[in-house]
Write a protein that binds this ligand. Sequence first.
Ligand code: DGY
Length: 322
Amino acid sequence: MKRAAVLVALRTFPEVLDKLRTHFEVDYNDEPRDLPRDELIARLQGRQGLFVTAVEPVDATLVAACPALRVVSSMAVGYNNIDVAACAARGITVTNAPDVLTETTADFGFALMLAAARRITESEHFLRAGRWQRWAFDFFCGAEVHGATLGILGMGRIGQAIARRGALGFGMKVIYHNRSRLAPELEAPLGARWVDKSTLLREADHLVLVVPYSKASHHAIGAPELALMKPTATLTNVARGGVVDDTALARALAERRIAAAALDVFEGEPKVHPDLLALSNVVLTPHIASATTATRTKMAMLAADNLIAVLGGRPPLTPVTA
Ligand code: DGY
């Protein structure tokens, strides 16, 4: 029987490729570049499977141009780059990679929040620039983290993992806003309290965004929301670029309407708003919240296993539904 053919659209771990090659004819983009759309479409002709991450846009035009395609498997948990409804309309299964990155991403979100609150990268840049002359009582004073109020927008798996770190590790009060309330047995051990969005903005000392990107969450944090926050507050985004209006945030940071921010994701990344780059009170990282070797391997393996399941005629392990 002819083996199914898949395209791995981005560089990945050798063991993941080896596994795929035992099941499929594999076309592999091993160059450190994203495939341009035309090339992606051309290389997908006659291929049943596509291995992607959160970067490659998989939209209605692309799936219409690739009639052999049966499964799009992403090694990311976020799938806003994939038109799931267009895929469903053509009978194409979409899968993502939830759970395996939850704790690692929460670690990083918490680290970013700490870095913003305690001005870690800002003070390091100061030191490296040779500007450290003397100690002063107000030298890089930041905001307390322990005992402070942690606000979480988007209380899914990663939001809950961040809440656990705050409540159980740092004695923080946890408030959150989410479309639906957590079950009481999930709220209780964290002392977590559901609040409306404006209460979240007003009361949080440290606000962490973990809400998936969608039309509804586009610019969920813009100028009006930033205006509600405390001037001492920090904002951390490990969700997606576009959840925050980066222009409005840069202005709020420049005018010290909030104290600091920490961003792992950006509108239009890998480009970063130039005003953010010029500010000292923002920590900037290049979309690496899930980046440990162990976790990225698990994410890629899960994406491979989803291809193997679907093209082997079995149900996907972690399907995404429209
Ligand atoms: C995810 O899995 O969605 C992360 O943001 C990595 O892209």
